[in-house]
Ligand binder design. Structure first.
Ligand SMILES: NC(=O)c1ccc[n+]([C@@H]2O[C@H](COP(=O)([O-])OP(=O)(O)OC[C@H]3O[C@@H](n4cnc5c(N)ncnc54)[C@H](OP(=O)(O)O)[C@@H]3O)[C@@H](O)[C@H]2O)c1
Length: 326
């Protein structure tokens, strides 16, 4: 499948590197706001076509799937542009600025019968399924408590600092522990309590979120753009616990019993970058005329966006994009 990339930035490079090592997909085109940047990116990653406008690339009939790799605030506009041109979309996390935008995109994908999915790559990893299966198989007994954190010292990056780009810790990092908790513990959340500290630009720099589930389970999460942390996810049950290293790119899970004795170690299978699985999921869905994937169904993307909306409301964080008409 020939992939076109929108935005010649950091994560676009990781995707291009991954596509170059895949047999079922290729990095065919890249579009940048700046033709020179597109050409340099294309040269670096051996990409056939370089475009100086996003729209121009979408008019190329050879492009079969578009990877949207722009800042959060622009995902809606860029994914919408793709759908209106009939191009299937793999859109980076965080999916949109808010739930209303997510719903509008999903409705459009349905109306036009065009494939759309969120590139929350951990959802598509085989090792994520291994972790979920282990918990469901009862290796830790009845699951009760989950803790997960993610931190990188990236607060000075423009994309993170700028409220206009939907910056902050929640949208850049917070979605990983949230998706980890929802993958393992499901979505029957009765209550969410949270707090954050804000930076001078109004984005959240650190946050802590606790989800209380209807059946009594609890997920306690924190993310920060001010410092590195252990990135661990720990799932505890009445018979033991599983430590996942790390929730942003799970490589290993270690099982302990309730006496803290190590029982088993599980390892991630060899992979390119891990991005290949989300691309494979897109290919499979598109070839089978589906407009979503089972790994991250539209409804789940929407529920996550609704949770993010409610957390921002609690913290008094409004993005300029919240006021933009759909
Ligand atoms: N899956 C992951 O592991 C992972 C990791 C990091 C980031 N991400 C996600 O990937 C997306 C992009 O992040 P990134 O780290 O790649 O950011 P980045 O390096 O800043 O790249 C974003 C690109 O978007 C384009 N762009 C269009 N309008 C822009 C504007 N007004 N301001 C800035 N850039 C604009 C630019 O490309 P042109 O100038 O070439 O058009 C820019 O290079 C975000 O959604 C982020 O959450 C995912």
């Amino acid at each position: 499948m020939r992939i076109g990339i929108i935005g010649a930035g950091h994560i676009a490079g990781k995707m291009a590197m991954t596509l170059n090592q895949m047999h079922t997909a290729s990095a065919y085109a890249v579009a940048s706001r700046d033709l020179q940047r597109a050409r340099e990116f294309a040269g670096q990653w051996n990409i056939e076509k370089a475009y100086g406008s996003y729209e121009e690339m979408l008019d190329d009939p050879q492009v079969e799937l578009v990877y949207v790799a722009t800042p959060h605030s622009l995902h809606y506009e860029h994914a919408r542009m793709c759908l209106l041109k009939g191009k299937p979309v793999l859109c980076e996390k965080t999916f949109t600025a808010n739930a209303a935008q997510a719903k509008a995109l999903i409705d459009l994908a349905r109306e036009r019968n065009v494939f759309l999915t969120e590139a929350i790559w951990t959802r598509y990893l085989p090792f994520s399924k291994t972790i979920v299966d282990l918990v469901n198989d009862g290796v830790i007994g009845t699951p009760r408590m989950l803790t997960a954190g993610l931190g990188y010292p990236i607060a000075d990056k423009e994309r993170i600092r700028d409220l206009n780009l939907c910056g902050g810790s929640l949208y850049d990092l917070g979605v990983y522990p949230i998706n980890f908790a929802r993958m393992v513990f499901g979505c029957d959340v009765a209550r969410a309590t949270s707090t954050c500290t804000k930076g001078e630009t109004g984005v959240d720099l650190q946050n802590s979120i606790t989800l209380s589930y209807a059946d009594g389970k609890m997920a306690v999460m924190q993310t920060t753009v001010l410092c590195a942390n252990d990135r661990q996810g720990i799932i505890s049950g009445d018979k033991g616990y599983l430590i996942v290293d790390n929730i942003n790119n799970p490589q290993e899970a270690v099982l302990y019993d309730a006496d803290h004795t190590e029982i088993a170690r599980y390892h991630c299978p060899e992979q390119i970058s891990g991005f290949e699985y989300q691309v494979e999921a897109c290919i499979d869905a598109i070839r089978n005329n589906r407009i979503e994937t089972p790994y991250m169904p539209h409804q789940e993307t929407l529920r996550v966006m609704e949770l993010l909306d409610s957390l921002r409301k609690e913290w008094g964080i409004k993005f300029p994009a919240d006021n933009t008409p759909l």
